[in-house]
Write a protein that binds this ligand. Structure first.
Ligand code: DGL
Length: 269
């Protein structure tokens, strides 16, 4: 395995638009790193697909990014991380980080009572990946998981502070809150956009874990430790690749990214 070039881009991938919350956190945390993003907008959502299908799609995306010589792979999609992270790690010639290990480590570190709630897509929750990762770090933690399939379309609709979204959150989180958790992991790319609403519904005694911020911290630490931080202080290059015509990605993506996107390239397999 040859050492990656520190001036190469970080490869970030997701099932669609949502991974831009991770890109946003990376841009804030690592302002000199080049980033190449891949969003599989033609085949999103992944959160309701089978493990075999997600594994197959994930490998295609990883091959695409490795051909572009990325120095680090970041699995921004919780659903892909839940079912395909081991396979990606086993075959990738560069370091791999995923949102689940990052979010789980953060949750295990900050909980005081040991009661942790996890919310995500049905595939992420059914995989039990967050609970496994948290228990590997602290067997005494109690993990209560809840699938919230309606959150992804509500966020994409822009209903970030809408009554419908608030009622949906109250309904989904009812069984989690009765377990006296003190930490709630936002286990899906879209949920950081719901942070103000979810914090309001959860109350101030529950700490929210934003996996996007957790993984940006881990990426910064890994690049330093492995001597892979970009030495250049020039303005970095951001490249976006999507599999469906980029109009929707561009408009909704700017909400996720918190700034304008620049050029988006359509990938035709
Ligand atoms: N990116 C997915 C995740 O973080 C949400 C969207 C989807 O279902 O593909 O789980």
């Amino acid at each position: 395995m040859s050492t990656p070039d520190p001036s190469s881009a970080i490869g970030v991938f997701d099932s669609g638009i949502g991974g831009l919350t991770v890109v946003r956190a990376l841009m804030d945390r690592l302002p000199f790193e080049n980033i190449t993003y891949f969003g599989d907008t033609a085949r999103v959502p992944y959160g309701v697909k089978s493990v075999a299908t997600i594994e197959h799609f994930t490998q295609q995306i990883v091959d695409f990014l490795l051909q572009r010589q990325v120095k680090l792979l970041i699995i921004a999609c919780n659903t892909m991380a839940a079912v395909a992270a081991d396979a990606v790690r086993a075959s990738a010639p560069v370091p791999v980080l995923d949102v689940i290990e990052a979010g789980a480590a953060n949750a295990a570190a900050i909980t005081r009572s040991g009661g942790i709630g996890v919310i995500g897509t049905p595939t992420t929750i059914n995989s039990n990946a967050y609970a496994r990762a948290i228990h590997q770090l602290n067997q005494d933690c109690r993990v209560y998981s809840q699938a919230c399939p309606l959150f992804v379309p509500l966020v994409e609709e822009g209903w970030l502070d809408h009554t419908v979204t608030r009622l949906t959150a109250q309904e989904y989180l009812k069984p989690v809150f009765v377990e006296h958790i003190d930490t709630l992991v936002l286990g899906c790319t879209h949920y950081p956009l719901l942070k103000p609403l979810l914090q309001d519904v959860a109350g101030s005694r529950i700490q929210l874990v934003d996996s996007a911020i957790s993984i940006a911290d881990r990426a910064a630490e890994l690049l330093q430790r492995q001597g892979l931080a970009n030495p250049s202080r020039e303005r970095p290059q951001y490249r976006y690749h999507v599999t469906d015509v980029p109009v929707r990605f561009q408009t909704i993506g700017e909400r996720f990214l918190g700034r304008s996107l620049g050029q988006v390239e359509l990938v035709q397999w």
